[in-house]
Design a protein around this ligand. Structure first.
Ligand code: FES
Ligand code: FE2
Length: 325
């Protein structure tokens, strides 16, 4: 089975992509980011709303990441066209009337789990789930990180790590009971797996994995480590075709907010983070220089084969193409 690469024929999978950490863009500020095969802007207005917009001015194409924010608008450094948070040009610097189609591409944008996300589409095909339930986000301590390195892989190749459940044992030393392949649940935009494992080849902690892949970019686990509830979320974005960059979020309940419970929750998050980073290190060797191609799959690869079909059938589009490049 041949799966199109991200960017092939100018198309990318229609998923939610993390563009920046919430903490990177303060009120009244903007940053530029490479995204897909172009450039976008994350602008947060004075009221705190963050919006992902195409990154080049519609006049003659200046890079708007060099723009200033003036009167709650992005002001292009070249001829001072001004864009509001919705990406609509509301004034030209010279005073000519604004051309009727002067509207930057406005990506569907949400802010969740300490990240600002954009959907590759005019409208989202699905929403990011409320993964922290039964807790509200304010009831959690969130740790939001970005790995400093890039991977020379498409996000879906890294997300294939879950349906490739054989590697749980070989790479991560997890002991699992029974036939995992039969426990996957499939829908158009989600893959889910509930599985209980023991770390360190069965001698270590118990981990209740309640895993979900959302779209082609998000992996989440709302699980329990030695009985303790937590959320792990890993999200991949495409700064340019053939590469991806990785954000991850770890969360645990903050409890009653007292110094003692906060210290306990932070201690648990330290432990969770060291475990998560251990798994990233363990995955690093098989993923290094990986030339992914679905080859000679065996019976044990049943879930992986199904996942590859999910990815092959996944919708692809690039409606922002004329704006971000
Ligand atoms: S290029 Fe932006 S106003 Fe002219
Ligand atoms: Fe892995």
């Amino acid at each position: 089975m041949r799966i199109p690469a991200e960017g092939e024929d100018g198309l990318f999978t229609q998923s939610w992509f993390p563009i920046a950490m919430s903490s990177e863009v303060r009120c009244g500020q903007l940053i530029g980011r490479d995204f897909l095969d172009g450039k976008v802007l994350v602008f947060r207005d004075a009221a705190g709303r963050a919006q992902v917009l195409s990154g080049f001015c519609l006049h003659v194409g200046t890079d708007l990441s060099n723009a200033r924010v003036v009167d709650d608008c992005v002001e292009c450094p070249f001829h001072h066209w001004r864009y509001n948070v919705d990406g609509r040009c509301i004034a030209t610097g010279i005073g000519d009337p604004v051309p009727p189609r002067a509207q930057l591409f406005r990506f569907p944008t949400v802010e969740k789990f300490g990240l600002i996300w954009a959907f590759n589409g005019e409208q989202p095909l699905w929403q990011i789930d409320d993964l922290s339930a039964p807790y509200a986000e304010e009831e959690l301590i969130l740790r939001v990180r970005q790995e400093p390195r890039h991977y020379d892989l498409d996000p879906w190749v890294i997300r294939a790590n879950t349906p490739d459940w054989q590697h749980f044992a070989f790479v991560h030393g997890m002991a699992i009971q029974g036939d995992v392949a039969e426990r996957f649940r499939w829908s158009d935009y989600r893959v889910a797996l509930d599985v209980d494992v023991h770390l360190d080849h069965g001698s270590g902690e118990s981990l209740e994995y309640r895993i979900q892949i959302s779209g082609t970019t998000i992996w989440s686990n709302v699980g329990k480590l030695s009985g303790k509830w937590h959320l792990q979320l890993s999200a991949l974005t495409i700064p340019r075709p053939g590469t991806c960059s990785h954000y991850y979020v770890l969360a645990a309940p903050r409890g009653d907010g007292s110094a003692r419970t906060l210290a306990a929750a932070n201690g648990f998050l330290d432990h969770l983070e060291s475990l998560f980073e251990r798994m990233l290190r363990e995955d690093a060797r098989p993923l290094a220089n990986l030339h992914y191609k679905p080859g000679l799959l065996t019976a044990a690869d049943k879930a992986l084969a199904r996942y590859l079909k999910y990815i092959k059938d996944y919708p692809r589009a690039h409606p922002s193409r004329d704006f971000i490049t």
